[in-house]
Design a protein around this ligand. Structure first.
Ligand SMILES: [Zn+2]
Length: 202
């Protein structure tokens, strides 16, 4: 059977274990990957990167399975200060902070403990903060078709803090306002005032 160039390249590449590739990166950085402190570093890097990007292997439907409930409740549900850790897709450096998530139900709610797990599924991938924010909102919309969803992320980016000048204390804030949070100013303001309480800085 004929093979295309890309499958030949993929086959050749797969002969390198991931750890060999990390060893090569260490060498090209100017290091000796065989010195004591680095000898097991490729193995650790492989494990760490697999952990930090494990969201690719997680399915939102599995996470939410059994945690969607019918309710007769139409007041705002808010889960705030959800810690998250992600990796920027431009530099593969961490960005991290807090997510504030709210929705107004339309007959269904999500078990509260599932919201942080849902955030994690998308945070544990290579991301830009704007997309992460939107994906959280869209996943909730798809799961329970609420009257509206609001997501705010406040994050610090190491690619700004470690490389930039005088950006060590800056937070990047992104938001996604869907449904009634977009159309009703009062609902949006209620969410913002509840999130701002307890000292959020934005
Ligand atoms: Zn970056």
């Amino acid at each position: 059977m004929a093979r295309t160039n890309s499958t030949i390249e993929a086959a050749a590449l797969s002969e390198f274990a991931t750890q060999d590739l990390y060893r090569e990166i260490l060498t090209r950085l100017g290091e000796d990957p065989n010195r004591d402190g680095l000898i097991r570093t490729p193995e650790r890097m492989e494990k760490a990167m697999a952990f930090l990007t494990r969201g690719y292997k997680q399915d939102i439907n599995d996470v939410l399975h059994g945690a969607l409930f019918d309710v007769d409740y139409d007041e705002m549900v808010i889960v705030k200060d959800v810690e998250f850790f992600s990796m920027c897709e431009h530099h593969l450096l961490p960005f991290f902070g807090k997510a504030h998530v709210a929705y107004v139900p339309n007959g269904k709610v999500i078990g509260l403990s599932k919201i942080p797990r849902l955030v994690d599924v998308f945070a544990r991938r290579l991301q830009v903060q704007e997309r992460l924010t939107r994906q959280i909102g869209e996943a909730i919309t798809e799961a329970i078709s609420p009257q509206g969803v609001a997501v705010i992320l406040e994050a610090q980016h190491l690619c700004m803090m470690m490389r930039g000048v005088e950006k060590q204390h800056s937070f990047t804030v992104t938001s996604a306002m869907l449904g009634v949070f977009k159309t009703q100013l009062q609902t949006r303001n209620e969410f913002l005032s509840l999130v701002r309480r307890n000292g959020s800085g934005f």
